[in-house]
Design a protein around this ligand. Structure first.
Ligand code: CU
Length: 153
């Protein structure tokens, strides 16, 4: 009789282990649907926009949370205007012709003007798949082709 009860106890232990492991599986499933988080470092100078890694070279950003970190490595002020599309060429200009007319743009977010050496960031919480561009819209800089285009997919 004693042997039998030990056997049933160990069966119960097996059952408990089985239960706890199925709970673990559920946790794993929840983690799998977590939002992708990407951090993209951008540097600007006169008149370059550099992105690390370079998403122009066939790499893409995953849709989800995107953090853009901009560092001004130049001698002038720079900013970043993230557009909700990839139309970054021949944008309509402001009345004085120095910058893109922001009232005509579909803007997702902005990093305000940074002085030389400064760093700023922009977080987009849920970037859908698509193609996007950003520009530096400090007066005169868009005309110097301070633009960058990337894909989220
Ligand atoms: Cu600039």
């Amino acid at each position: 009789m004693k042997k039998l009860s030990i056997f049933s106890l160990s069966l119960m232990a097996l059952f408990l282990i089985a239960c706890s492991s199925s709970t673990d599986d559920e946790v794993v499933t929840e983690e799998a649907v977590e939002v992708n988080k990407s951090t993209v470092n951008v540097t600007m100078s006169e008149w370059d926009v550099n992105v690390d890694p370079n998403y122009k070279m066939g790499k893409h950003i995953k849709p989800g949370e995107l953090t853009l970190i901009l560092t001004n490595e130049g001698m002038l002020e720079h900013n970043l205007v993230l557009l909700n599309n990839n139309k970054h060429e021949e944008l309509e200009m402001s009345a004085d012709g120095t910058m893109a007319d922001e009232s005509k743009l579909d803007i997702l977010g902005v990093i305000e003007g940074l002085k030389p050496g400064e760093t700023g960031q922009l977080v987009i919480e849920d970037l859908p798949a698509g193609t996007y561009a950003f520009i530096c819209n400090t007066p005169g800089h868009y005309s110097e082709e301070m633009v960058y285009k990337f894909i989220a997919r």
